[in-house]
Design a protein around this ligand. Structure first.
Ligand SMILES: Nc1ncnc2c1ncn2[C@@H]1O[C@H](COP(=O)(O)OP(=O)(O)OP(=O)(O)O)[C@@H](O)[C@H]1O
Ligand SMILES: [Mg+2]
Length: 393
């Protein structure tokens, strides 16, 4: 177990732009941290800096309080699984996993125990004698994970370790990695761009964007209280809908916005008086939009397309010239078809508000506040009811 501190960490490649921009992060001993962010945001670079494979351009890095900027990778006691798993082509699976342990001059029986245990965990036992070229991509990835596990490091770094696995194996490996974390109690920093992996594995998630940390928090903190539009749209799938609005009346407990269609909506979100009259965005997740009857609902939209997932249905509503379609998630099967017009509601207690720069106006009290706006709420229709009755054809 190791504690890791990053203090204003910077990375610049030559004269090119800064790739990591003054990152502060404290990873607690035994913690499972997941770093998420879009391609190119600096995830692998940050991980390689922690591992000692990339020079640090500025700032300090500490493991258990000791300054390690100048330590070699092996001195840092870190096991890393790379995005491009570099296996030794001339060694078989067993030898690949044992190599680092032999270098460290561990006794032969200890090497055998660790390699066999790693192979068992990762279901590699039947493949131990094969060379990497005779393995599938997913199998090679598991060998790379096994090689790191066998080293029993105090800090594990994983760079997208499951990206080459099929969906079923990915779920299984996710559980194996979670179990491994519980069993070894090691500190894990895990990089992925898959937000489902982040939500399911992390104790805390770090959202990285263009070399900056946008927000750090537990999966549900980020989901319920995204600090800004970027986090709001990055965490959660399908992503949060954003609708243009103007802040009409600011308030200490609630605010009134005028939406793109001229309707007013009161939301239980405090805003400062200085923001009155400014452009804002109303955010609402696909699972929080409710259907209303076409006759009474405050909002109507044409359905562009419908995705039937079996266990749930996604409806993509035409947002006119406002940008991307808005998505409504129905947790049941749906008879709504493309070309239909539907009525819908935006429950105020599930709405988020973002200012012109994308920063979130924080909701009060941590949880959802049950509040309805008189006159704005047509009776909501349960998702379980047949939808055709609420549709204009
Ligand atoms: N050796 C290098 N010289 C110059 N720029 C580099 C170098 N290595 C990486 N970069 C740049 O740094 C940025 C971050 O790269 P990095 O590999 O850390 O991204 P990432 O978040 O891991 O992306 P992905 O999800 O695609 O793996 C990219 O813009 C990349 O082009
Ligand atoms: Mg990467």
């Amino acid at each position: 177990m190791a504690q890791l501190t990053l203090d204003k960490l910077n990375k610049r490649y030559g004269e090119s732009a800064q790739v990591i921009k003054s990152i502060d992060l404290q990873v607690n001993s035994g913690e499972f941290i997941v770093i998420v962010g879009p391609s190119g945001c600096g995830k692998s670079t940050l991980l390689r800096m922690i591992a000692g494979l990339e020079d640090i351009s500025g700032g300090g890095m500490y493991i258990d309080g000791a300054y390690v900027n100048d330590d070699t990778p092996s001195e840092r006691g870190i096991g890393m699984v790379f995005q491009s798993y570099a296996l030794y082509p001339h060694m078989n699976v067993y030898e690949n996993m044992a190599f680092g342990l032999r270098l460290a001059k561990l006794p032969a029986d200890e090497i055998a125990r660790r390699v066999e245990e790693s192979a068992r965990i990762l279901q590699l036992e039947p493949l131990l004698k094969r060379k990497p070229k005779d393995l599938s991509g997913g199998q090679r990835q598991r060998v790379a994970i096994g090689r790191a596990i066998a080293r029993e490091p105090k800090l594990f770094l994983f760079d997208e370790p499951l990206s080459n696995l099929d969906a079923a194996l990915r779920v299984q490996m996710r559980m194996e990695i979670a179990a491994l974390h519980r069993r070894l109690g090691s500190t894990i920093i895990y990089v992925t761009h898959d937000q489902v992996e982040a939500m399911t594995l992390a104790q805390r998630i770090v959202v990285l964007n263009r070399g900056n940390i946008e927000q750090v928090g537990t999966p549900l903190e980020l989901y319920d209280h995204p600090a800004n539009e970027f986090v709001a749209q990055f965490i959660g799938s399908p992503k949060m809908n954003l609708m243009p609005a103007t802040l009409l009346t600011a308030g200490a407990t609630e605010s009134v916005v005028r939406l793109w269609n001229g309707k007013e909506l009161t939301v239980p979100i405090p805003t400062p008086a200085s923001a009155e009259g400014t452009k804002v965005k109303l955010g609402i997740r696909p699972e929080h939009i409710e259907w209303g009857s076409v006759a009474d609902a405050p909002y109507l939209a044409d359905v562009l397309f419908v995705e039937h997932m079996g266990n749930e249905t996604y409806h993509y509503l035409d947002s006119g010239n406002l940008g991307e379609p808005w998505v409504v998630r129905n947790p049941h099967r749906s008879a709504v078809a493309p070309g239909d017009t539907v009525g819908y509601l935006l429950p105020p207690e599930h709405c988020h508000l973002f200012d012109d720069s994308g920063k979130s106006f924080e909701r009060r009290g941590g949880g959802a506040v049950a509040m309805r706006v008189p006159g704005m709420d047509a009776p909501a229709i349960s998702f379980a009811e047949p939808m055709r009755t609420n549709v204009i054809h």
